[in-house]
Design a protein around this ligand. Sequence first.
Ligand code: SF4
Length: 283
Amino acid sequence: MSTTYIAMIVAILMGFGLLLGIGLLSLLSGALNFLFVKPRFDFLTSQHGEAGFAFTCKWDQDAEPVRFDRVRVHLFNPFGLPTEVDITRDFNGADTDFARDVEMGEKFKTIFSATNLEKASIEIEVIASRDNVTHIHSMKALEFVNKIKNSSKTLADVEESFVVVKEKARFEIPERTFISPPLPKTAKQLKMASNPMFAGDFAGAALAGGAAAPAAANYAVTKVWIEPGCIVCDACEAIAPLVFEVTDSTCIIRPGAPLDDGLKIQDAAEACPVEVIKYTKVG
Ligand code: SF4
């Protein structure tokens, strides 16, 4: 065999070796990425009972500097009832390891009473909406339910190791009373409707419509939503706290918010400095 053939065979073998090495390295980096970047969850006991999802989330923030602010729990239960539960909630965002107790609503409770859970699966998505990053964690639905039921820690227990955002502080606005300085002494009688001396002067005005105007009739709205551009000023939540919730970065409509007090929603929309609150009236 000539030296040319030997050199060709050696070159081909080295090429294969190189390709194999690159493949192994990429597999290794994928595995490392999976192990250390992918968020790891731990389940806690929620203060909202079965209507809440409390969890911790850890990930490698140097490798993935994102801000997680949304969670989605999606049950696939083709052999039982309900066949599907899909709930998404926003929470106060976090860019370091965090723990949150998120109120998921009444529908979340149906996961715990679902039939044939042993054949169902569940996906937990933790989402960084601003950074467009989603991590999906899949597991057996029964395992999910058991982990939550058997969890022994609450948010308070992990407070030292994780960023825990407490309920937003509510400030009471004190009722103010202004005391005017005493009126200068005078012999003149103050002319006002309650003064019997001048009652006749005001009688005509009362008949001509001086009585208090009737209150505007309330109405329900079919839909209320926030358009982009919220500057997180808290005005809407102060006016209609049952409907609006202001988070760190935006304002959201509370799930299941009552929409029957249209006047209050209208007030909040009119108070919004950037006019991003929109609603449609019934009818
Ligand atoms: S009033 Fe408008 S700008 Fe202020 S928090 Fe509400 S939606 Fe955002």
